[in-house]
Design a protein around this ligand. Structure first.
Ligand code: CTP
Length: 404
């Protein structure tokens, strides 16, 4: 997908500029051509000579360079690309993009271009979460600027949090997805995926129910990421506040039994991902009338086990989907329990996540997961749920490419 793509790479002044040489190498390995614009700040972290040597092209720096203008002209520079990638994108360059400032070559190219733009933000966590940056981000998104990352982790400034520039493979994946999408296809085109998401609500009576803290953010993000790679996705969603993802067929359900029925009716599919936090029990004694409070008496709820959707869909048989993935929400012995769950439910992969109270996984925007497969355990850094979903979708594409 990156073969013969022309990428204008704007390198702004952040410590993550040290990742840029590797990024250029990986892009060129995939057949892309890379032309660099280096800002004054960027040149504090990486030299123009390095960028020129690795890109095999001139590294552009000055807006008023007589030679560059005579050879190419900054307007042409901004147009002779299939995409402009700003990596790292600092808070400063994002703000300038919003304002339409054009006080150097990079910002002038960004203002003069008629090509799609992608940014890979990188900055201190406080700068990233500052309302000014967040509002700039929203404005850029409404102008269809694509955003990859940032992720959470140790920052160069010594603080910990969101603000690390996306890793090189993530940036490459985002570019690949962009070009696939613009070509109307993806590595999962022609494959059907079924995703469950959110909690289930199990009625106690017509006004009360048993629920759990699942927000549906992770499952919905998985559905979106698969659709972006071209899969035809059916999302079976329990009650959540998440908006219905674009480009996905969605079936809203309430209880585990309804989710089970919707899943079996939505088969066949090649890929199944059970991300829902399905209630383990339903209230057998649930009645049609509201349970009335009687002084001195507490009602006894009789519980019955719900069907295990993941285990049912993963049962061996001719119609078993080729790849069945479960999630394991654990509060202790994470990996061990996930491995046991994988075996017990006969699924191919388990995405294990710590949902103990301090983890912030339930309801939060980030997730720290481990991918448990027959080949072993792969521990991922703390990532936004969207990034976890994108990585998982990449792994699924690789599986599909190898096996289907
Ligand atoms: N799952 C399911 N149907 C159920 C229960 C769980 O499909 N009735 C799926 C979940 O979507 C998830 C996986 O099974 O992919 C593991 O769910 P989890 O809640 O971690 O485990 P449980 O099987 O419920 O076991 P326990 O609560 O004892 O940890």
């Amino acid at each position: 997908m990156l073969e013969n793509r022309r990428i204008l790479l704007i390198v702004a002044g952040g410590i993550a500029a040290v990742k840029v040489p590797d990024l250029i190498r990986r892009l060129r390995e995939r057949g892309a051509s890379v032309r660099c614009i280096l800002t004054k700040g960027g040149s504090q972290f990486v030299t123009p000579l390095t960028l020129a040597a690795l890109s095999g092209d001139k590294c552009y720096q000055d807006l008023f360079s007589l030679t560059d203008e005579a050879e190419m002209g900054h307007i042409r520079l901004s147009r002779e690309a299939d995409i402009i990638l700003v990596a790292p994108a600092t808070a400063d360059i994002m703000a300038k993009m919003v304002m339409g400032q054009a006080d150097d070559l990079a910002t002038t190219a960004l203002l003069a271009t008629d090509k799609p733009v992608m940014i890979a933000p990188s900055m201190n966590v406080m700068m990233w979460t500052h309302p000014a940056t967040q509002s700039n981000l929203q404005i850029l998104k409404t102008r269809e600027v694509r955003v990859v990352g940032p992720s959470a982790g140790d920052l160069a400034c010594g603080e910990v949090g969101n603000g690390r520039m996306a890793e090189v493979p993530e940036i490459i994946a985002a570019l690949t997805r962009f070009f696939q999408k613009s070509a109307g296809q993806g590595p999962l085109t022609g494959f059907r995926a079924l995703v469950t998401s959110g909690p289930t609500h199990e009625p106690i009576d017509p006004v009360r129910y048993i629920a759990n803290r699942s927000s549906g953010k992770q499952g919905h993000a998985v559905a979106t990421a698969l659709a972006e790679l071209g899969a035809s996705v059916t999302l079976i969603a329990g009650p959540t506040n998440e908006p219905d993802p674009d480009g996905v067929k969605i079936i809203h359900v309430e209880t585990a039994k309804q989710m089970m029925k919707a899943c079996t009716e939505s088969l066949p599919a090649e890929i199944v991902i059970c991300a829902a936090a399905v209630a383990d029990w339903n209230v057998e004694s649930a009645g049609g009338q509201k349970i009335k409070k009687e002084s001195g008496k507490t009602p006894a709820l009789k519980l019955a086990e719900n069907p295990d959707i993941l285990a049912t869909l993963a049962q061996p048989g001719p119609s078993r989907p080729s790849l069945v993935i479960g999630f394991a929400a654990e509060t202790e012995n994470l990996i061990e329990n996930a491995q046991l769950k994988r075996a017990k439910k006969n699924c191919d992969w388990i995405v294990a996540n710590d949902v103990s109270p301090g983890s912030g996984a339930f309801g939060g925007d980030n997730n720290t997961v481990h991918l448990v497969t027959a080949d072993g355990v792969e521990s991922w850094p703390t990532l936004q749920k969207r990034a976890v979903a994108e990585r998982l979708a990449e792994r699924i594409s690789a599986f599909v490419e190898r096996n289907l």
